[in-house]
Design a protein around this ligand. Sequence first.
Ligand code: SF4
Ligand code: SF4
Length: 743
Amino acid sequence: MIIFSAKNRAPHLGPFPLEKLSTTDRQTTYSSGASNNGPIEFRDSANEYSIVNSLAPFMLQLDRMRDGPIAARKSPIPGEYKERASHLKSAAYFLDASMVGICNIPDSALLANPLMNPELPDAKSPGKYPSANKYLDNVLDVIAAQLEFSSRDDAGLTSTKHQYGIVIMVEYPRDPDPDEAGGKWIAGAQAHRAALRTAEIAVVIAQYIRILGYPACAHSATTANLDLNALVVAAGLGIQDSSDKADNPFLKKRYGVSVVSTDLDLAVDRQLEFQAGKKATNFRWWLGLDGARPGYSLPRYKKRPYHLGLYPMEKLRRRKTTTTIIESQNVPRVPKRHDMFTRAAAGELGDKSQKQMQYGRCVTKFPFANSMTPLMAATIPLQEGQISATRAADTEDPESNSKALKAALHYLGADMVGISSAPDYVWYSHQADGSAIVPYHRFAITVLIDQGYDALEGSSGDDWVSAAQSMRSYMRANLVCSMGAAHIRNLGYSARSHGNPHQDVLHIPLIMLAGLGELSRIGELALNPFIGPRIKSAIITTDIPLAIDKPIDFGLQDFCNKCNKCARECPTSAIPFGDKIMFNGYEMWKPDVEKCARYRITNTAGAMCGRCMKVCPFSFEGVLAERPFHWAALNLPFTRSWLAKYDDKIGRGRINKIKKWWWDLDTDMNGVIVKAEKSNARELNFRPLKYGKQKLAAYPFTIAPSALSKTPVKIDRKGGVEWYRNAKKAGVEVSKGKNPDAG
Ligand code: SF4
Ligand code: SF4
């Protein structure tokens, strides 16, 4: 909860009021001697069950991706150095950096003995995780082919002499207490957590710059050619003192840092005055009038135990069953083959959609979204792995396991965590190749990641940044869950993560069962009362004993009944204006997923779409002034119609131009990055609702292709429209039957 809105704060300024710090022309050249300490060691031999012991392969994957091929052609980006610097800073803040500064790299910051992750493979050794490494090599080869890269070097220390350093800092949250839930696993891991979080951002930014056609390399706490601490001083983020870690005016020494070195010309920041913090850490900052992260709220989790998370989910009404009917006996298990994007890739939605699905073009055409796809793919081999032969003591109590795992996942970066059983119907029936999936775990731990308020404010919801918002959250969700699953396996139990790149379970019913959301009018989206519809999820399935959460009820069914904003604003009219129906055993406002997928895939004035998420009144910034609205929406049913209208009246859902930082770049069919010809900038559309005229189709298992069908089966739109019409007539009592593919 913050008191003041940051709606007028430009994204490149970041959450801390760095612009208020006093700076100097002096150019201190500072060598911290930090390299003598060597890379941070991802091993805690004193505590076998420390989370640190499960993180090493993830850090290694990030270090493997630090460098790589550079696009053969330079992209048409602005030439102004200041604009470029602001753009890259905004991109790093979009990825959740706490602070970003840019400097010239002085010669004194070049390490005579570079830091090197001891697990990195080299010419003599394949490294510790050869299958993950091999997989990553394949991913990088695909990227190289896709964007006409000139060459693809293996991750190596090829880029030691760049001119500029982009310094990325991530703050520490509260130090976990070893005696709190999960504390024994997460205490003592601050440096490792921050090393991972900063490296994730640096790897994506370096990849982005290389895709744009310029050299760039990421330097982390485990693999670096540069003295990171010296660059913190050079980039105006810290003040040299007698220790080997610079002092940051807001965070002191509670931060981790990674750097991107590059030869892309950028405007640099000034260094800080020695007394810089004195003026900036004042009452205005503490209150939140300067910056966007008030001093009183630091460090994160200051007043909350880690297992509860940052949002007061524990205060919501809970119930035995979900607020929308799930006829579990009638929910058919569906094959991955039914997914509309899979069908589009197979050509079942026509040539235009199929072409846009090649290499995931509908996403990767926007270069910044593309810069996250290698890391997403590189996590796939880490979603499962070896289970420790010995079981950790004290892991038989379901209650304490649930609390401790929630604490660990929140600590690693989850915005919300909930736990449920994993009934058979949430499992896909078949893999994309037609092989059957037999459900293999009892429990599901669901993790939500907020797609972020700011970028959504600056966009129409269906412009270029849309795909990047999704990729950022898919990437983070799968990373967090894969780390959590690795930790459970280290405790001696089976576990695997299911994220956007690869999954065996359906997320939406699990979000509802875990008490993290109710099904909304948007249809195939469970909406959370605190971050609304702007969520992406990943799941851990496991057999460790767990206590499960109950579904929530915050009045959304009634609110959506009285609000039609997403239906009105959807560019393709894919969201129903009318009542819910039964579909495959679920009571829901069934959207026309064909219309939605087709638009997202073939959108020529943006990349993908999330306009329904953008305009929903439940997408809150989290300021004090919104609290009465939020409280009334949850607790006073008679206010909901008025609240939905009021949301429109005060212009929520419009574009806040101050928040737009991204460049409208597209990639043509030859893989060349070009300036986008068009960019969606639609504003609120107050057209009257036309219930009767809306024509929707749905594709239940009865009219979808068999899981085993290898040849394309053209989508049966006529059949889908007819099925929908009949389902509307029948109300919520249809959909009885059995999936012939369910086995
Ligand atoms: Fe409509 Fe876009 Fe939402 Fe799909 S994602 S339902 S096209 S607003
Ligand atoms: Fe429900 Fe309105 Fe949000 Fe749509 S926009 S999901 S109807 S609250």
